[in-house]
Write a protein that binds this ligand. Sequence first.
Ligand SMILES: [Zn+2]
Length: 296
Amino acid sequence: MKIPILLLLLFSLSACQKASTEQTEKTSVLASNEPEIQETSLERGQVESQPLKNDGTRQAWTDYSAYAQVDEEGYAYYMQENPDISSEIFPLYETGDHKVLLFTFDDAPQRPDSYALEIAQQLKVKDVNAIFLVNGMYLTEERGRQITKQIYDMGFEIGNHTQHHPNLKEMTYDQQYQEIKQTSDLVEEITGEKPRWFRPPFGLFNMDTYRICQDLEMQLMTWNFGYDWMEDYLDGDALLEISLNNDYLRAGANILMHDRPWTNAAISRMVDGYREQGYHIVDPLLIRNPDFEKES
Ligand SMILES: [Zn+2]
């Protein structure tokens, strides 16, 4: 195992603080101050599916030529394997542009109202790719499956965020395995592709979680910053402001967002704001996973 246990323990302590804030996400959905949802110019399903490469895998679709230098496999970036150190993005080559940001959206496609498809459509208009991390509990009905399939067909990556959004640290290995495997199976059933990204709910995990991700060939990631579940930022304008101006914004940052109306309201202007600051939003299809060590 490449992750030192001590580091994981340290991470777990800091993740508890993150957890106390992300736990408010459940109640935030019910907040009465939800802003109006911005209209998007695209209809559902209007965006065409991405073409497949000869080997059946999908190609990165963002125009990345100005900022990324790809290797022979088509990758230009990697994420630290140890999520305790960071889940930031780094260029594979020194000459690659480091000034990139990764967009990720958790808790998709939320019930009863999901904004994930509108977020995806707005991103597509801006030529920005991202990872949508889904909860399997939303994929047991047609509505959630449709949304996920449409987002996938638009070229976005679908990641795993567990079946029921539990605190994995309180669960046995077998319980965790169930939570994680069920969602991976549902995603594969819907998209035909196994997810390669995993984010533990509340940022809480232990060595069992890490082993399961290795076994299922998913990279476990946390995040650098995110604000859309905090009380002060459940509004498009406030969320935009803090997202563009905070101490954690830096090259390689992994930005955590959610399937929320205020995130939907801010997302398009966030892209503009980051681009004005000289950042590229990295196409996740350019990020190479580490070699996974399978347990025998
Ligand atoms: Zn979550």
